[in-house]
Design a protein around this ligand. Structure first.
Ligand code: TRP
Length: 423
């Protein structure tokens, strides 16, 4: 299983210290006392995701709320357009205060969207792409301003390669900005910022947050130990600060009260539990959250997508030939061991990576349902479902590459310019 950023940063020295369970009891920022006990074989932290994740248990442990079909239906009514298939299929499965944000929106109050990326590889892979695809949908559906944080500072502080220069993470961040822009964000309403460049504007709120969170709390929430560098202990305030609209004085004309909605993978929740705990103390509004499940590695659950093993993930700069080869050679199959066994018992769509990837990238519900039924009944073979996936991924990757090639340095600069925005 890969974490949302897919690049498996080193776990804290004591990873168990950062599991959902140990956040329990942390004054203020932990889940409610009713939280279910955590399964010790499952680790979900911003730095490590392993084990078979039970998402309903995670909702209980983290104290978030299930994103129900009724709430998705309400979102459709409010936006007047069909919900993204990530919502229809429960890939975004949990939230905090989304209902309140819809109330505000209906009452005429616009919110902004905040998401981010820790730059750790030159090219994004399919898993990295999904939060940006989703944020782009939300931008269109709500006509919302989007702010995107590139945490070159985070990757510098947390990389286990302690000799890697800061400039390298900055360069990767700029490369990643091309992939992000290629997702089709509205240039009028999207601000992308590199932490080391924009930190001056964030700093007043970083300080306010840092004064409101104790060393014990940050250790309890994130599992940092006494031998972790001091930058790690301070960093969570940097990821929290963009949840306050006053961190963007030029964008929002000094308004301190613009509501913020954060779409992210569930492993990022500790940052925002901390944020939601401190914002009331600062007289600011709590951000709302939308949580996604994890994107599975090619080799299936419990395996990692890692930048050092290119066969573990499909990258957005892979050629059509590589996409085909990776799917055919490396995608974990839930099909029968032989054609005869498959015809008799059918394929297991719960674990079959080609099927699961189709749930992420094939928008057509009717076609997806047909494939599921045919494959599960054994009428469709593994080679055929793999061919169906290749048929979906090839135009997706090639289209992305063409859009990315059109992103010049000037285009990046335009997205990164500090400028007033209309909500
Ligand atoms: N920490 C995230 C990562 O490693 C990057 C990030 C920064 C982020 N701000 C965010 C992710 C807000 C989601 C939402 O990839």
């Amino acid at each position: 299983m890969a974490s949302s950023n897919g690049d498996a940063l080193p776990a804290p020295a004591d990873p168990s210290a950062a599991t959902a369970a140990s956040a329990d009891g942390t004054p203020g920022a932990g889940p409610p006392p009713s939280a279910a006990p955590a399964d010790p074989s499952v680790v979900v932290t911003p730095w490590e995701v392993s084990g078979i994740v039970d998402y309903s248990k995670l909702i209980q442990q983290f104290g978030s709320t299930e994103l129900t079909p009724a709430l998705v239906a309400r979102l459709e009514r409010v936006t007047g357009r069909p919900a993204h298939h990530f919502l229809r299929r429960g890939i975004y499965f949990s939230h905090r205060d989304l209902d309140k944000m819809l109330d505000l929106y209906e009452a005429g109050q616009k919110f902004y969207l905040y998401t981010g990326r820790g730059p750790s590889s030159v090219s994004l892979h399919l898993g990295h792409l999904t939060p940006f695809m989703f944020t782009k949908y939300l931008q269109d559906a709500f006509d919302a301003v989007v702010v995107i944080q590139l945490t070159n500072d985070e990757k510098f502080l947390f990389s286990k390669e302690t000799k890697r220069p800061l400039e390298e993470f900055t360069r990767l961040g700029r490369e990643n900005a091309k992939d992000i822009i290629a997702c089709g964000f509205n240039p009028e309403k999207t601000f992308i910022f590199m932490d080391t460049d924009y930190i001056g504007s964030l700093y007043p709120n970083v300080l306010r947050i840092q004064r409101a969170v104790t060393y014990n709390q940050v250790k309890g929430i994130f599992g940092f130990t006494d031998s972790d560098n001091i930058g790690k202990h301070g960093f969570p305030a940097v990821q929290a600060a963009p949840c306050l609209s006053s961190s963007f004085p030029v964008l929002f004309g000094g308004r301190p009260d613009v509501p913020c909605v954060v779409p992210c993978a569930i492993d990022q929740d500790p940052y925002f539990r901390m944020t939601r705990d401190v914002t009331p103390k600062l007289g600011a509004r709590k951000p709302a959250l939308l949580h996604s499940k994890f994107f599975p590695a090619l080799q299936g659950d419990n395996t990692k997508m890692s930048a050092s093993d290119p066969s573990s993930a499909i990258y957005l700069d892979d050629t059509a030939k590589m996409v085909k080869k990776k799917v055919n050679k490396h995608a974990f199959s839930g099909g029968g061991a032989t054609v005869e066994a498959h015809r008799e018992h059918g394929g297991n769509v719960e674990v079959d990576i080609p099927y699961r990837y189709l749930t992420f990238f094939l928008d057509d519900d009717v076609e997806l349902d047909r494939i599921r039924a045919e494959y599960a009944a054994g009428r469709m073979l593994t080679g055929e479902i793999k061919a169906a996936l290749i048929g979906v991924l090839t135009p997706l990757v090639e289209g992305h590459q063409a859009r990315r090639a059109a992103v010049t340095e000037e285009v990046i600069d335009r997205f990164m310019a500090v400028r007033p925005m209309e909500l």
